[in-house]
Design a protein around this ligand. Structure first.
Ligand SMILES: *[C@@H]1O[C@H](CO)[C@@H](O)[C@H](O)[C@H]1NC(C)=O
Ligand SMILES: *[C@@H]1O[C@H](CO)[C@@H](O)[C@H](O)[C@H]1NC(C)=O
Ligand SMILES: *[C@@H]1O[C@H](CO)[C@@H](O)[C@H](O)[C@H]1NC(C)=O
Ligand SMILES: *[C@@H]1O[C@H](CO)[C@@H](O)[C@H](O)[C@H]1NC(C)=O
Ligand SMILES: *[C@@H]1O[C@H](CO)[C@@H](O)[C@H](O)[C@H]1NC(C)=O
Ligand SMILES: *[C@@H]1O[C@H](CO)[C@@H](O)[C@H](O)[C@H]1NC(C)=O
Ligand SMILES: *[C@@H]1O[C@H](CO)[C@@H](O)[C@H](O)[C@H]1NC(C)=O
Length: 793
């Protein structure tokens, strides 16, 4: 201990080289270093490598190994990049033979994974390897077999070893890029933290069955050998250098493995520039083009594109109309800097958007539709008229591909023939008023009455509600004819004038959807006073008889988890539907609002929606496919029972339109893949949408959250899959005590959701089966790996 302190003092007072060269590399039990401003460290015998603390910013320290004799002090290994050590932390070789990094109050921050027997001494060796040595001088643990992002000469990696790129140039926490010498003998590079499949790799050594060891030999070649020592493949270098250089091979934060050399003497006559210079070609040579699998966002983040800079390094850029999510990290992707096109059929806003042209740019992996366009102009029109289309790619041979948000794996390269047409809102200043605003203010007020904890606010709002109610009551005396439910069809017919009066000239708008606008109304009836009147977007080409037949069919469906249709009006151009009023608004407001509904409430909602769907699909006389299951279409009544609304309307209002020419029904994010392909539509599309809704219910967040800091969490279902795959479902509900303590059910729900979002519709369970899965009545089998839900927003 004293000798270490003396050494540190020596380091501080004496000028570098001479003092450090004398340092002995062996550390006895009890030795320790403290994280403070002095960059204290233990040196290798030659003084070329040091292990110790490096300051990373405000009182945060990294336990690391670095090249000590060069100006850059380049770090080659680190222990706690994910969990930096506060000022005053200590790394100690304890008296009982363990190496422990602990914070100032003694809590362990890091320690090598269990090594069994006690350590006798530790040593920083001259090759850059820090070792823990046990009895009989056996190396119990060494940094060379636990690499972070760098390999050094003489280092060898065995099968199963993983090398992780760091998060960014200066942030040493693990990034998403990594490579692994797989047990099948391949060295494989991956761009996502949890690849599901060997084929997700963006670079593979193609040494399947024989690759056994990755070696960085002393003269500077990195190569893969077979078990018998035969060289199978050179990975980085074809030039052998003399001993006058330091060398390192690093998987950099951009996902590229590069081999660097640095002259050992400051003014070496080698002709190489001062500092580190790259030798050999990087692996892969052009990462912008290498990632070809449909997992994750590509070389750059979502909605951005990758292009090689003049220095042949990949750079990430945002397309026009998009800005960086995190201005300090260009690899974190971009977000739209405008309000996206409305998917509300009645206001497509086609004239509000323009297409920016970008030559040689493409997002090749996520086309959702190919349209037969004869000319570039028809390709442009096709994208402008489709609210899901964020970018169209126009190829030379008359192909037009539509792409939706989030865009992934974008790249710009002169070898890409064709151009991207980026859809951008023309006049952003008006965007607020044209966006899909929240119009159902009364519902929100009433909802917040129930949710709010302030008694005063409650009373005030109750008073307001009462006054509104009073004013409606005084008005409804005008409605002369008392409502009578027609028992034969179970529904009432209304005249347009009656509904005009009931809604007080369509004064109070509750909401607006793809099928029309909903107004609040009051009827004089024995049973029901408040109603929601839906004014359908007018359409032609359908006879009165057909309309009535459909409406009566909808009216005949009766289930406690469906919003009841009470009556309708069919008078010339006027088509209106009258529903019971749901006083607690939409599930979207309830779920994504300020206060999170309890886990048990969410369980009930999930089961309610599943039961409602099961009734629509299987039990009612006409099997109804909803086509637009999403939280905005689930309403909550006064006792917070959830009910599905708008069922039957997809058929009623869009019967004759084909889905490819009108854009797709339903809502972005909840759409099953078959919408975008020429596949038959079945009730399984509702199952898919329900799967997305279920994950949202579990986590209380929207499926697509572009502002999420961690890329793997931007698309919720992808993240849910990752957590499930890692056996760490708890992570999904970490901040939710109720759900965390009911983790078995959370697991069952997640598995059910993963079944629902299978790419192949026939694999998805029926809604009847789903209710059983949710209720625990049947065992939920292990869901298969599917790529359908990757970035399926
Ligand atoms: C460290 O200890 C080992 C074993 O006792 C010894 O062989 C080696 O020379 C020591 N190294 C130094 C630099 O003293
Ligand atoms: C490094 O990046 C991670 C992931 O975004 C972040 O959580 C962490 O705070 C960053 N660390 C530093 C020191 O900036
Ligand atoms: C070593 O192993 C490789 C691959 O398994 C094989 O192709 C080669 O013939 C072997 N060489 C010798 C000398 O055994
Ligand atoms: C490893 O180093 C030696 C020199 O020590 C060199 O001759 C050899 O070509 C290097 N590479 C391989 C793949 O063995
Ligand atoms: C730098 O180069 C000069 C001349 O080539 C030589 O005299 C000097 O010793 C060198 N310095 C170092 C630190 O090697
Ligand atoms: C466009 O409008 C959105 C939303 O109002 C805003 O966040 C964004 O900064 C605007 N973009 C530009 C380029 O003005
Ligand atoms: C953009 O919006 C502003 C404010 O609403 C309006 O005054 C202006 O005319 C619009 N410009 C175009 C080109 O539509």
């Amino acid at each position: 201990m004293a000798s270490v302190m003396l050494r540190i003092l020596l380091l501080l007072v004496t000028l570098p080289l001479s003092a450090r060269a004398q340092t002995n590399g062996n550390l006895t039990l009890g030795s320790s270093l403290t994280a403070d401003d002095r960059n204290s460290c233990w040196l290798s015998p030659s003084g070329e490598f040091a292990v110790g603390f490096r300051k990373m910013g405000q009182g945060a320290h990294l336990l690391a190994i670095w090249f000590e004799k060069i100006e850059e002090k380049t770090i080659v290994w680190s222990a706690n990049g994910d969990n930096l050590a506060p000022e005053g932390s200590k790394i100690q070789l304890t008296a009982d033979g363990r190496l422990v990094l602990a914070d100032p109050i003694g809590r362990q921050l890091w320690s090598p994974r269990s090594i069994g027997t006690p350590v006798m001494y530790a040593a920083m060796l001259d090759m850059g390897n820090f070792v823990l040595v046990g009895q009989n001088y056996i190396n119990l643990w060494e940094t060379f077999s636990q690499p972070t992002d760098t390999m050094l000469p003489t280092q060898q990696l065995d099968q199963g070893t993983k090398v992780h790129a760091r998060y960014s140039e200066t942030n040493y926490s693990a990034g998403r890029f990594h490579f692994k010498l797989r047990n099948d003998g391949n060295l494989a590079f991956y761009a996502t933290p949890n690849p599901w499949d060997a084929s997700d790799a963006y670079w593979v050594s193609k040494t399947s069955g024989s690759g056994f060891r990755l070696i960085f030999n002393q003269s500077g070649q990195v190569y893969l050998t077979a078990r018998n020592g035969t060289v199978l493949k050179l990975i980085t270098s074809d030039t052998v250098l003399t001993s006058g250089f330091y060398q390192r091979a690093i998987l950099e934060y951009d996902g590229v493995l590069r081999h660097y050399v640095h002259p050992k003497l400051a003014n070496s006559s080698s002709g190489l520039a001062k500092g580190w210079s790259m030798v050999s070609s990087p692996v892969p040579p052009n990462i912008c083009h290498s990632i070809t699998q449909t997992v994750g966002s590509g070389a750059c983040g979502f909605n951005s594109y990758c292009a090689l800079g003049d220095d042949q390094r990949p750079r990430c850029h945002c397309p026009p109309g998009y800005t960086l999510l995190d201005s300090t990290n260009e690899m974190n992707g971009c977000r739209q800097d405008f309000v996206p096109q409305s998917c509300d059929g009645s206001r497509l806003e086609t004239d509000q958007f323009a297409l920016h042209e970008m030559l040689h740019t493409d997002w090749p992996m996520y086309d959702y539709e190919r349209i037969a366009a004869q000319t570039e102009d028809s390709c442009r029109q096709g994208c402008l008229a489709d609210c899901f289309c964020a970018v169209a790619f126009w190829g030379r041979s008359g192909t037009c591909w539509k792409k939706k948000i989030p865009l992934s794996n974008g790249r710009m390269d002169l070898t890409d023939v064709g151009k991207a047409l980026i859809k951008v809102r023309i006049n952003n200043s008006t965007s607020k008023s044209t966006g899909n605003g929240n119009k159902n203010s009364t519902l929100i007020i009433i909802g917040s009455v129930l949710l709010s904890s302030s008694v005063f606010v409650n009373l005030l709002l109750l008073l307001i509600t009462y006054l509104i109610y009073r004013s409606f009551r005084s008005r409804d005396s005008k409605l002369s004819r008392p409502v009578q439910i027609n028992q034969a069809i179970g529904m009432q017919t209304f005249t347009y004038q009656e509904l005009q009066e009931a809604t007080y000239q369509f004064k109070e708008e509750l909401g607006r959807g793809a099928f029309g606008t909903v107004y609040k109304g009051v009827l004089r009836s024995e049973y029901i006073n408040f109603v929601a009147v839906k004014l359908l977007a007018t359409r032609t080409g359908e006879s009165e008889k057909e309309f009535e037949r459909e409406v009566i069919a909808i009216g005949q469906t009766n289930h406690k988890n469906l919003v009841q249709l009470l009556g309708y009006c069919n008078e010339g151009q006027h088509r209106l539907l009258v529903y019971e009023l749901m006083s607690n608004g939409t599930l979207a407001d309830f779920l994504f609002g300020a206060s999170r509904p309890s886990w048990y409430r969410r369980i009930e909602i999930a089961c309610d929606v599943a039961r409602g769907l099961s009734y629509l699909h299987d039990d009612c006389t006409r099997h109804i496919i909803h086509c637009d299951i999403k939280p905005q279409n689930i309403l909550l009544d006064g006792s917070l029972t959830s009910k599905i609304s708008d069922f039957g309307l997809a058929k009623l209002l869009m019967a004759n339109q084909t889905r490819t020419t009108t854009g797709v029904r339903g809502t972005i994010g909840y759409l099953a893949p078959e919408w975008f392909r020429n596949m038959p539509i079945s009730s399984k599309i509702d199952v898919y949408s329900f799967g997305i809704l279920l994950v949202e219910l579990i986590c209380c967040r929207k499926n697509y959250k572009p502002e999420s800091e961690i890329e793997a969490q931007i698309v919720l279902v992808d993240w849910a899959y990752d957590c499930y795959h890692d056996g760490n479902i708890l992570k999904l509900v970490e901040s939710d005590d109720e759900a965390s303590s009911d983790i078995k059910r959370v697991g069952r729900f997640v598995m059910t959701a993963l079944w629902c979002i299978q790419e192949d519709p026939s694999l998805r369970p029926t809604t009847k089966k789903i209710t059983q899965m949710l209720e625990g009545a049947v065992e939920v089998p292990v869901p298969p790996v599917s790529s359908s839900f990757i970035s399926s927003v």
